[in-house]
Write a protein that binds this ligand. Structure first.
Ligand SMILES: NC(=O)c1ccc[n+]([C@@H]2O[C@H](COP(=O)([O-])OP(=O)(O)OC[C@H]3O[C@@H](n4cnc5c(N)ncnc54)[C@H](O)[C@@H]3O)[C@@H](O)[C@H]2O)c1
Length: 390
């Protein structure tokens, strides 16, 4: 049973600590829910953490079903499957259980339970329909420390045909409660720990640099960067050494979950050029989002580094560097990548020069770079991708 679980209410109700998962049945019962749909992915559905999740809920006398046909960069058809499952089993609530893919699909399922038409009618664009109807009671339980989607208000789902990522956004998509239980992340392999962790870092860095004055987000971003700089390399090391369930390991995983959630809170301010490039890579070569961000971030921060000495100095101090120049921070990013096993170049993961023009066209159209601190032209995207491909 849990030793100590912290509960607080920002940005939603959070239960944090090893064993937080045991609070899930009480929260469902308090909300009067008796039949959740557990939304997870194909891989997680076969892992012991999924068996344990179902047992915790069943042992409390709560009927539950699972929908797990989720994989890769999730698409609209995966959402449709989940909506059908929710209706078929007559569920009354949703447990979003997994990495960003499962959590995003869970949120999109929640939208489509009471909203008619097509999911992408509700895309976050000027012509998108507003999300106004009731959203089923949803709680989230992350099993990666990366996207922060568990504490966010958006869902990212790709078009099945074009593979373009589309964002569905509404404040009502925020989970009613989030369970940050590090014991659900202590079996993550080193490569997934590294790529998802680099996604969290990219959220924090891009949010801190994003245009506009939002002191709350800035403070959260810097503190998240500080925690991540300490705990991401440690978690990757723990994973490489067999993921033993020591106190230190669990504490580092807890801090990674905190940093990832802080990233999602901070990026309410905006994101930037790295995310636009990463979205293009998922469309063109179906790359994992965290891997794309992880490879790209030094190239994109090199582009951003001129004229932002104060911001780069604050980030360099947060990660404990003696030299606080933008160059030193970019070098730190390169070293971190190498240390945790993120490939240096995009060519190392199969991206070719032939992909360049499509990548640039998609990145230019992306919604993230308008909040980048420097404008990013088509030529700039070309230069960044050329350097990153290697
Ligand atoms: N909504 C948002 O704000 C937001 C932000 C960033 C990214 N995203 C989206 O999130 C998705 C990426 O999420 P992700 O990086 O968490 O990857 P993911 O959900 O695709 O998971 C990566 C892999 O890790 C496996 N996995 C997850 N937990 C595990 C565990 N505990 N043990 C072993 N394996 C485990 C999964 O099965 C999967 O194979 C993308 O679709 C991206 O677009 C959303």
């Amino acid at each position: 049973m849990p030793a100590q679980i912290d509960r607080y209410n920002y940005p939603t109700t959070i239960y944090s600590g090893a064993g937080a998962r045991f609070k899930i049945p009480d929260v469902l019962k308090e909300a009067g829910k008796s039949h959740p749909l557990i939304v997870t992915d194909r891989v997680i559905s076969a892992l012991p953490i999924c068996t344990e999740m179902r047992k915790i809920i069943s042992d409390a006398g709560i009927i539950n079903d699972t929908y797990f046909d989720i994989f890769g960069n999730p698409t609209k058809s995966q959402v449709t499957g989940g909506v059908n499952a929710f209706k078929k089993y007559s569920c009354d609530s949703i447990i979003a259980f997994g990495g960003g893919a499962a959590i995003d699909v869970a949120k999109a399922i929640a939208v489509m339970i009471n909203h008619p038409g097509d999911l992408f009618d509700y895309e976050d664009t000027p012509s998108g329909k507003p999300i106004t109807k009731e959203i089923p009671f949803t709680i989230s339980v992350p099993t990666t420390a990366g996207t922060g989607s568990e504490a966010g208000r958006s869902s990212v789902v790709s078009d099945d045909d074009t593979k373009r990522k589309k964002i569905i956004f509404a404040p009502s998509l925020m989970a009613k409660a989030v369970f940050l239980d590090p014991e659900f992340t202590t079996d993550l392999p080193a490569n997934i720990t590294a790529t998802t962790g680099m996604d969290a870092l990219t959220h924090l860095v891009e949010a801190y640099l994003a245009k506009g004055e939002q002191p709350l987000c800035d403070g959260i971003a810097l503190e998240g960067i500080r925690r991540l700089a300490v705990h991401l390399p440690k978690c990757v090391d723990f994973a490489k050494k067999g993921n033993k369930k020591t106190k230190d390991h669990i504490e580092s995983r807890r801090q990674m979950l905190n940093a990832a959630m802080m990233g999602a809170v901070a990026f309410q301010k905006g994101l930037g050029v790295t995310h636009s490039c990463a979205h293009a890579l998922s469309t063109v070569v179906d790359m994992h989002h965290g891997l794309a961000n992880g490879i790209l971030i030094p190239y994109c921060m090199k582009f951003n580094s001129t004229g932002m000495n104060d911001r780069f100095k604050a980030m360099a101090m947060a990660v404990g560097l003696k030299s606080t120049t933008p160059t030193a921070f970019v070098k730190w990013l390169e070293n971190l990548k190498e240390k945790i096993g993120i490939p240096k170049h995009l060519k190392d993961v199969g991206v070719k020069k032939e992909h360049l023009s499509k990548l640039v066209d998609i990145a230019v159209d992306d919604v993230c770079h308008p909040s980048n601190p420097k404008p990013v032209s088509k030529k700039d995207f070309e230069k960044i991708f050329k350097a990153a491909i290697g």
